[in-house]
Unconditional design. Sequence first.
Length: 260
Amino acid sequence: MEVAVRRPLNPAAVCLAAFSLAAMWLTGAAGTALAVQEDNLPVRGVIRPLNETTLSTDLVAPITRMPFREGQRFKAGDVLIEYNCERHKAERASALAEYRVQMINLENNQTLFKHRAAGQFELDTSKANTDKAKANVSVLDARIQQCTIKAPFDGLVAEQFVNPHEMPSAGAPVLKLVDDSRYEIELILPSRWLRWLKPGAQFQFSVEETGKTYPARIERLNATVDAVSQTIQVRGMFIDRPDDVRAGMSGSALFSSPQG
């Protein structure tokens, strides 16, 4: 018969095991506490204009007038840029004259065709030439419409890239406009907050430049989550538009999650 011999426990091993269990418990508790705490930490945000645009055109001509400069306010429909389009107007007058010539030629060929003095080819050719001349006039009409650029909305001139009497290249930016009637708050939040974060959720946004805190709410969530950083872009709006904030200001948004 074999007799089992019980060896005495090693005190060092017992202490090590107890320490390991305690460390695992503390680590888990700390992780849970950190997760709860992170759900209540303020997150950084930037104020953006709801509408902004940069004006440019493919028209190559000297600028004759820019009545609004950086920081000045304008209304929708105000003239912001005027170009010197005398050359384009002269080209249009020439194209219009050519169109009239082709119209006369078409009418003459129509009369000759009725009297069998002209064939179908001559009639079709004169029609095509007339259509081509008319299209050239339309192209120049569209080009001349670009000689005066009007404001698409109420707002402010944020940046001026050229000056009057300069000739910017085609497609070069001329003026940057911002609509200051409404601002958005751009936030990057942890994607796990989607468990409770919905449009309409309210938060407090503290702006560094003003030193004030303003009530705001979530307006919309981005359609996708960044898989690498596990974050999502969110847009908020001030509940009452502050008069002392500007686009580009930054601050911190403080949320109160359901579990916090």
